[in-house]
Design a protein around this ligand. Structure first.
Ligand SMILES: Nc1ncnc2c1ncn2[C@@H]1O[C@H](COP(=O)(O)OP(=O)(O)OP(=O)(O)O)[C@@H](O)[C@H]1O
Ligand SMILES: [Mg+2]
Length: 369
């Protein structure tokens, strides 16, 4: 997959930009707060259907404007594609190859990207939601219906939390509790099952990358943690998981009521990453944790190629300056035959690298360099 061109109008601090990319390494250089990350955000929206900044679509409209548009032109193994998003106060319009798309599930899964930014380097020790988001973004791009499920599930969690918090206001609490639990268990079964399957694939590859990166010294393993795992066994069968989740929810009603929040369901899933048989979160050094993060991102890229037949576009936001020489060289060597778009404040990060398409960003204005 090759991103050929992006066009932004009144997107964040970018009034107008029409940027061409080469199929190898592309570097966006510029001082802080100029609009480098904004462009990666605008590109990644086409992969995941939402901002990685967890802001709303309307926040992307340039201050003082009432609408904004984003466009990507890319080739996959079949054809050239053109996707657009137009955002205004009242509506959002998504277009794929000149056809208006109304369902998010029909929009995601066409353009695929792996995003890597400095916060990801601490994925091993971050809170569980960061690891869940990693899985959700990766799986959604391969299975768009998964994205629909996580969106629907998030609404159910909000609904059940409100029920649990204000239980005395609901005369039919018991009934609502079981209806919501049943629906949450159904989605949780599917979501956790997909996550378990993906995590297994992921860690097979992470393990290979780690062996490669550390000359076989670091042995990595993982444990998928969910409150539907029985006796530590992460069963990946969706209907069994659904059954376990439902049982947990119904048996744990009083716990959920006293907590005033939903305790059971896939919103509590996590991955326990282990290095040399012990928890990497607790015992691995910062360098080892960073190597795992790097391996996870590379593994995400490999799975995407295997499952879709197309290489995703790698988007690296300021991440190279955070890595030491060895890890920097490693990641660059692993993605040298892929399309990569890298932002950086420091051009010297790329000295000695040939065939680079360089561009500069200053105050939201892009110039090809
Ligand atoms: N809706 C918006 N309208 C106008 N400007 C915005 C909007 N949202 C964000 N900005 C501005 O965009 C600017 C550039 O942000 P961006 O994150 O792209 O910077 P950057 O070049 O990546 O900087 P750094 O090197 O510090 O990461 C910020 O100063 C921010 O205030
Ligand atoms: Mg930035």
């Amino acid at each position: 997959m090759v991103l050929k061109r992006t066009v932004f109008k009144d997107f964040r601090n970018i009034q107008n930009a029409d940027i061409s990319f080469s199929d190898g390494m592309n570097i966006i250089c510029g001082r802080n707060a100029q609009g480098k990350t904004n462009v990666l955000e605008g590109i990644y929206v086409f992969a995941c259907g939402k901002s990685f900044r967890k802001t709303k679509f309307k926040d992307m409209v340039r201050f003082g404007s009432d609408s904004c548009s984003m466009r990507v032109v890319f080739t996959d193994s079949n054809r050239e594609n053109d996707m657009k998003i137009n955002i205004s106060e009242s509506k959002r319009e998504t277009v794929l190859n000149n056809i208006k798309i109304t369902k998010l599930a029909d929009f995601v899964g066409h353009f695929r990207a792996v995003l890597f930014f400095p916060e990801h380097l601490s994925i091993v020790k971050s809170e569980p939601s960061v690891r869940r988001t990693f899985l959700d973004n990766a799986i959604s791009q391969i299975k768009p219906q998964y994205m629909v499920a996580i969106n629907e599930y998030a609404k159910l969690v909000t609904e059940k939390n409100s029920l649990l918090k204000n239980c005395e206001q609901y005369f039919d609490f018991e009934n609502m509790f079981s209806v919501l639990s049943e629906r949450m268990a159904k989605y949780s079964g599917y979501i956790t099952s997909e996550r378990i399957k993906y995590t297994k694939l992921l860690f097979d590859k992470v393990s290979n990358f780690m062996t490669d990166m550390t000359n076989g010294k670091e042995q990595i393993s993982h444990l998928f943690v969910s409150n539907a795992s029985k006796d530590g066994d992460a069963n990946e069968d969706a209907s069994l998981l659904e059954k376990y989740y439902y049982e947990e929810m119904m048996n744990g009603k009083s716990r959920e009521l006293s907590a005033g929040t939903s305790i059971y369901g896939s919103h509590r899933d996590d991955i326990d990453i282990m290095l040399g048989g012990v928890s990497a979160r607790l015992f691995a050094s910062q360098g080892q944790q960073r190597s795992i993060a790097l391996a996870m991102k590379l593994a995400e890229g490999s799975i995407c190629v295997e499952q879709t037949g197309d290489s995703p576009v790698f988007l690296l936001d300021d991440v190279l300056s955070e890595l030491d020489r060895e890890r920097k060289d490693y990641i660059l060597s692993k993605i040298e035959d892929r399309q990569v778009i890298i932002t950086s404040c420091d051009e010297s990060d790329f000295s000695g690298i040939d065939n680079v398409n360089k561009m500069y960003c200053s105050n939201g204005i892009y110039t090809q360099g």
